[in-house]
Design a protein around this ligand. Structure first.
Ligand code: G1P
Length: 292
């Protein structure tokens, strides 16, 4: 159903400086893969065939990561390292699958999506924010595409966040709930804690109607003086409904050091051999807490 996914990767990653001075934050590694690869794999698992990366200056490592590298492939083949060869070949994207467009200035998530407007047909499309990494049995976007039906309009992934975190997210006004689906009557970007209509936050997975691109084209700047995707979703209401999807899984905010560190531990623990080593390793540091 959803064949195209936009991956906005133009953000500065300032919370991770100096690491992100020359490395895009989407190239930060969780265990053995960069965040952006997790995002692409998740989209592929949901049936996506076309990837639009909205980039900015200094992000060329992302293009390189999904490109073929003749010399490396040849070297691995010569050394008969076929498992590694297979990994890097299957991770690359064909020229017909990947498009890179630039966001010329950091004008917000809505503006980033708008930069891909000319590449979107009359189709619903997905958006994945790579720094929201989700560990789940079924990849989050696949859960959403499986659950999506014509009445859902725009769909966003959602989770309940701590009260003092609501001002970091788009927050839904809940009209009613049916299983994992929330019908939202409104959504507001980064409300103050006392103005938040609920604690149900938008997480970085979206299935959007293509009409949102028209709405974004005349969207004034909102919170943080940025063109907000949330505001465009809100302006499409009530004609285009808004559905929050309560996904199964654990989400890590890899835009923060704490979230990234936790993701590394959680993903490492998926491998039982690593898990066996990790527990005593962590215990050693916890038991001998000794900041230098
Ligand atoms: C963006 C969206 C926000 C959403 C969040 C999820 O905010 O604007 O609505 O809740 O992603 O991570 P950002 O984190 O880019 O400030």
């Amino acid at each position: 159903m959803v064949k195209t996914c936009i991956l906005p990767v133009a953000g500065l990653g300032s919370r991770f400086l100096p690491a992100t001075k020359s490395i895009p934050k989407e190239m930060l590694i969780v265990v053995d893969k960069p965040l952006i690869q997790y995002a692409v794999e998740e989209a592929k698992a949901a049936g996506v065939e076309r990837f639009i990366f909205v980039t900015s200056q200094g992000k060329s490592a992302i293009e390189d990561h999904f490109d073929r590298l003749q010399l490396l492939e040849q070297t691995l083949a010569n050394r008969e390292k076929y498992d590694l060869l297979d990994k890097i070949v299957s991770n690359s994207l064909e020229p017909s699958q990947a498009v890179y467009v630039r966001q010329p200035a950091p004008l917000g998530l809505g503006h980033a999506i708008l930069c891909a407007r000319h590449l979107i047909e009359e189709e619903s499309f997905a958006v994945i924010l790579a720094d929201d990494l989700i560990l789940s049995k079924t990849p989050c976007l696949k859960q959403m595409t499986d659950a999506y039906n014509a009445e859902d309009g725009n769909m966003v992934a959602t989770m309940v966040v701590e009260p003092d975190h609501v001002s970091r997210y788009g927050i839904l006004t809940i009209q009613d709930e049916n299983g994992r689906k929330i019908r939202a009557s409104n959504v507001v970007e980064k409300p103050a804690i006392d103005k938040a209509p609920s604690r149900s936050a938008v997480i970085g997975r979206y299935i959007l109607k293509h009409e949102i691109l028209d709405t974004l084209s005349n969207q004034p700047a909102g919170a943080g003086s940025e063109i907000q995707l949330t505001d465009a979703i809100q302006r499409m209401l009530p004609n285009t409904p808004l559905t929050g999807y309560t996904y199964e899984g654990e989400r890590f905010d890899c835009g923060t050091k704490r979230g990234w560190l936790e993701a590394n531990i959680a993903f490492a623990c998926q491998d039982e051999n690593v898990y066996a080593h990790l527990v005593p390793m962590l215990k050693r540091y916890v038991d001998n807490y000794n900041p230098r």
